[in-house]
Design a protein around this ligand. Sequence first.
Ligand code: COA
Length: 176
Amino acid sequence: MIFRNQGSSIKKTNSILKDELIKNYGLNSYEFTQKHTGEIFVCSKDKELDLIELDQLLQTVGWSTRPIRRVKRALAFSILVVGLWLYDEKFPRLVGFARCTGDGILEATVWDVAVNPIYQGNGLGKELMKYILKELKNIGIFKVTLFADAEVVSFYKRQGWILEPRGSKCAFWYAN
Ligand SMILES: CC(C)(COP(=O)(O)OP(=O)(O)OC[C@H]1O[C@@H](n2cnc3c(N)ncnc32)[C@H](O)[C@@H]1OP(=O)(O)O)[C@@H](O)C(=O)NCCC(=O)NCCS
């Protein structure tokens, strides 16, 4: 999987003071600006998430609400949890999210990729995925999988993801 900057509507910036960025979003945060609005966004794996805000974000993309306590545990057991914030010095807004589970060494699976519909179609999802893959690479994980609904598959294909061949390699089991 290749990590490269493809976002034409996105430019890398250093608008936020480095100290502030590190203090609020962590050392490995990634800041970028949407060219036509000038809005600044930050991807961070370190900034703490407000679980109510996360639930609200996931509801904006049509996903059912999940018990906060279970989500908290699921995040604690995830190997990578990433928030994408619309930058504001006082009131940053969570506009995107994704997380990964896995063994932390060899393999990871990406889950819950979401961008608030208000901000979709502007390259944010792509930046979020690039950040995820970069962070997994930093951990040393090079084999990454995900499950996507049919209508979103091309979002991933455009970024270099390969479909499992002939639908023959994958199996699911649901307890109910
Ligand atoms: C899928 C999702 C994260 C994409 O976020 P986004 O910010 O709108 O994506 P981007 O603007 O970065 O789009 C990147 C590229 O993918 C394409 N794309 C975006 N959403 C797409 C979709 N749903 N289906 C197919 N292609 C899509 C864009 O046209 C763009 O193409 P380009 O590179 O040729 O310009 C967002 O639509 C979303 O949250 N959807 C609802 C939740 C969901 O289905 N998540 C995926 C779970 S598997």
